[in-house]
Design a protein around this ligand. Structure first.
Ligand code: NAD
Length: 321
């Protein structure tokens, strides 16, 4: 459980993503103490000093320092953002071999520290590594999840906002399944200004010529690759997303977010022992109840296809456990 008067977040990884996540957390004043653990201690120290230099101008004081594995012991949240630098054109699953060599030793150290907080996996392929992290650490299901399709859900909302030239926060709905090529949008979950987005698009077709649900879904799926092609990698979108998840946990907001979580026989999903994104309640205790989306047969088939992709890649690293 989150302590009411003192909260500590540990970030492992000082690369593009780890730095951006750290900055978002500090800028929003989400915790009392932020500890940065890096592969290169100098980089962790330098990042902590750089972030602390802006404290005078921030809304809330946050203690920011470089630390070691022992700092995980009393952390409320640990975020794993270490991994191989994603290469343009490479899929997230193609990063698995290099990623597991980096992430497994980190997970062992986090576990050995006595960590009993909430572990957020960001490293890709995030669904596979979240499953591995859950197994490796032995933490309860509620305390391990991956950022998963929370970023894709935010991207979907951004794209709908850009398309309609309205505030993306007016969109309610979710991307589910794998954080990868087999992700999909169950459009029955997506509403906009008091009606389904599908209905909104039909009603306003002349204002948005050529815009289709399939086109928006494909743009959402491709957006990470597009950004990588343009600037070499992604960092600020995932940082805002992870900061939002941390806020939901530490501020006990009981929001419902699509994150990568253990699916084990819930509702009609019919999957076991696999991590995929579905909307779940999130608060200071971690991942709570699922929302039953009542997926159509076609959507369920897509969900099973996502599960198959993730399970196949989990089997490639299962012998390490
Ligand atoms: N889940 C998402 O939506 C999402 C989005 C973007 C990136 N990512 C993932 O985040 C991870 C980091 O991406 P990045 O762009 O910050 O890469 P980066 O190369 O900028 O940083 C990688 C970090 O990993 C650390 N690292 C590398 N080898 C290590 C080792 N052997 N032991 C310990 N730490 C080691 C580096 O020190 C560095 O801090 C990747 O796995 C990437 O795929 C996930």
């Amino acid at each position: 459980m989150v302590t009411s008067n003192r909260s500590r977040v540990v970030i492992v990884g000082t690369g593009s993503v780890g730095s951006a996540v750290a900055s978002a957390i500090v800028q929003q004043g989400l915790c009392n103490e932020l500890v940065i653990v890096g592969h290169h201690p100098n980089k962790a120290q330098g990042l902590a000093m750089d972030l602390a230099d802006g404290l005078e101008f921030l809304g809330r004081f946050v203690t920011i320092r470089a630390g070691g594995w022992e700092d995980c012991r009393h952390a409320d949240v640990a975020i794993i953002a270490a991994g191989p630098k994603p290469k343009p054109g490479e899929t997230r699953m193609q990063e698995l071999g290099a990623a597991i060599d980096i992430v497994d030793p980190i997970l062992r150290r986090v576990r050995d520290s006595g960590f009993d907080g909430i572990l957020i996996m960001v490293s890709n392929p995030v669904d596979v590594l979240s499953w591995f992290a859950w197994k490796r650490t032995g933490l309860p299901r509620a305390q391990v999840f991956g950022s998963g399709a929370a970023l894709d859900t935010a991207r979907l909302k951004t794209i709908i906002g850009e398309t309609t030239r309205l505030d993306p926060r007016l969109v309610s709905g979710y991307v589910i399944g794998e954080h990868g090529d087999s992700q999909f949008v169950p459009w029955s979950t997506v509403s906009f200004i008091g009606k389904s987005f599908a209905q909104y698009l039909t009603d306003n077709h002349s204002r948005y010529p050529g815009v289709t649900l399939a086109g928006i879904e494909e743009s959402t799926r491709r957006r990470g690759l597009d950004i990588k092609g343009l600037r070499g990698g992604t960092s600020y979108g995932i940082a805002a997303t992870v900061a939002g998840l941390v806020r939901t946990i530490l501020w006990n907001e009981r929001s419902v977010v699509s994150v990568s979580t253990l699916i084990d026989g819930e509702y009609e999903y019919g999957e076991h022992d696999v991590f995929l994104s579905l909307p779940v309640a999130l608060d200071g205790s971690g991942v709570g109840d699922f929302v039953d989306l009542h997926l159509s047969d076609e959507e369920l088939a897509k969900f099973h296809a996502s599960a198959e992709v993730v399970r196949r890649h989990c089997s490639l690293i299962a012998d390490r456990l």
